[in-house]
Write a protein that binds this ligand. Structure first.
Ligand SMILES: Cc1cc2nc3c(=O)[nH]c(=O)nc-3n(C[C@H](O)[C@H](O)[C@H](O)COP(=O)(O)OP(=O)(O)OC[C@H]3O[C@@H](n4cnc5c(N)ncnc54)[C@H](O)[C@@H]3O)c2cc1C
Length: 111
């Protein structure tokens, strides 16, 4: 039996159950991570005013997705990545093409 608490209380009976309630944001142990200027992806998608510039920590697929999104909106973007190249999960030729486009859009890359 499962108790689901909202404004009411529900009782469900089942033999088997899959919990698929999603995940929480995980904060890496980077100094300054709790400063008010640091956003997670949810906050970065909810900004009411565009910043002049933004630094994105992590040059994987989602980091680049945010980089292109903000650059296309006219924000100066810098990506910081601790590996020696961005989007290491994709084929080198594809990564090089994407990075060339990023460079053309003015996205700065600090690896
Ligand atoms: C910025 C960003 C970009 C992404 N881009 C991609 C992408 O391009 N491709 C890709 O494959 N994935 C992407 N992902 C990941 C993808 O969004 C998640 O992996 C996926 O949404 C996880 O699905 P889920 O069903 O586990 O959780 P969710 O989609 O979070 O669904 C969980 C559901 O459970 C509900 N719930 C929570 N608590 C309770 C409760 N107590 N009782 C009942 N219901 C509850 C929630 O309201 C929600 O509807 C991205 C994620 C982020 C943050």
């Amino acid at each position: 039996m499962l108790r689901f608490l909202a404004d009411k209380e529900y009782h469900y009976s089942f033999n088997d159950c899959i919990i698929a309630t999603g995940s929480k944001v995980s904060k890496p142990g980077i100094p300054g991570i709790d400063l008010p200027v640091v956003m997670d992806s949810t906050a970065a998608l909810s900004l009411e005013k565009l910043p002049q510039s933004i630094t994105i920590v992590g040059g994987g697929v989602i980091g680049l997705e945010f980089a292109f999104m903000y650059a296309n909106l006219g924000v100066k973007v810098t990506i910081v990545e601790f590996l020696d190249h961005l989007i290491s999960c994709v084929d080198c030729d594809i990564a090089d093409s994407i990075l060339k486009i990023a460079e053309d859009r003015g996205i700065k890359n600090r690896t």
